[in-house]
Design a binder for this molecule. Sequence first.
Ligand code: ATP
Ligand code: MG
Ligand code: MG
Ligand code: MG
Length: 472
Amino acid sequence: MMTSNEIREKFLSFFESKGHTRVASSSLVPHNDPTLLFANAGMNQFKEVFLGLKKLPFKRATTSQKCVRAGGKHNDLESVGRTARHHTFFEMLGNFSFGDYFKREAIAYAWEFLTEVLGLPKDKLWVSIYEEDDEAFELWQKVAKIPAERIVRMGEKDNFWSMGDTGPCGPCSEIYIDRGEDHRCDAEECKIGKCDCDRWRELWNLVFMQYNRDENGTLTPLPRPSIDTGMGLERIATVMQDVYSNYDTDLLRPIIAFVENMTGKKYYGDDRGFPFRVIADHSRAITFLISDGVVPGNEGRSYVLRRILRRAARYGRELDLNEPFLYKIIPQVVSLMECAYPELRKNLDYVQKVVKFEEERFNETLSDGLKMLSEGISRLEQEHKAVVPGEMAFMLYDTYGFPLDLTRDIAQEKGFSVDIKSFEELMEKQREKAKAARKESYKIDELFETLAPLPPTEFLGYDRLESEGQVQ
Ligand code: ATP
Ligand code: MG
Ligand code: MG
Ligand code: MG
């Protein structure tokens, strides 16, 4: 069986053998892009290179990039634990061409890696292309010998990629694997490979950056088209390790096993295992985010971290973990990941302290909050209502520190929805009040500064090259 560490290494060295320079993952906190919450794709750290604003001393690069998709444009938080393939934190393997090779080579490399290096069965692989991209349709048949029936044309939403409203953009092509009839769902589309369920496991996305879009929306061909690709390590590990879900791979299963030991409860791959999966996923996100310098708080990135952490803490209650426990999982995450991300070991103590501190603080109000919510819901049930009022969600937020999605999780489990609009209105009012009074809640987060502060994360991507004077 191929381990995830081996797959990651095979990928990077394969592309090195094709003339790519191995570049380290950037921090999860983007250093060059205030519009981006967290790094969510391998191309982020090369954005300026693709835009032609920055030049690197090489034209081909390969990375394994730390990504978080738990807020902003890409938010997979709700899918975590429900699908077999979505995480908040995951690693994206990628190869990049900065105006060097294009479609034909990108397709040839991806195909060679999957079918020759990894030995995946050719007849189980399908591809999607952008509906107007006849060139890709031809190339997949010519270069990879994929029959036309397994090339699915998709629309702009799925298969046309753009960096923003203007700038570089182009069609993309996704490689997915048919996990077989056993995994199919009931949708009619599922039969023809056009389904968003777990049967069709998207593995790899190849983006063909070939146009520039101007303010009027007009596309002009780029003189030097580029390539940006991304493949989820957890997903390819699932396939290589011949398991059903990402949670059964060597990246996540040991964390679940750790929680099994901690609770004396057994994990199941079905609905019963949901809290285990959420805790395993969130533990990784928490570890990596804090190690990259994020602390729990009430704004922006810090609030996303707080939401993830508190959500995991609440799912602990479902496994009868009533005392802080997440901080105990962190060393397990570090042992699994330190080989690829050595900074984790260095930051372990600090990360544990931050997690424990936040858990303890939340634990003070969690029980009372849960009680208040469940009583509230019972009352609403008696009144034959199905919506948790905004006031209740706001009170849970304000008094008990419940992020909205946590309240929503619980409400949903009982078949309730939450009046988000009135919640938001109350939040807005409070923000105004807080602004006027320079509120105390901001101070709480300064408490984290009393813990050994973390040195700013080193960005080992091309910053390192810059300091070595290699970048023009
Ligand atoms: P999906 O359709 O499955 O949500 P996507 O099309 O949103 O994936 P891309 O933006 O194309 O994903 O990202 C490139 C690759 O990264 C995907 O093909 C997949 O292998 C992986 N990936 C994307 N999102 C996640 C996630 N939330 N967790 C794990 N892997 C992911
Ligand atoms: Mg997605
Ligand atoms: Mg997709
Ligand atoms: Mg995709």
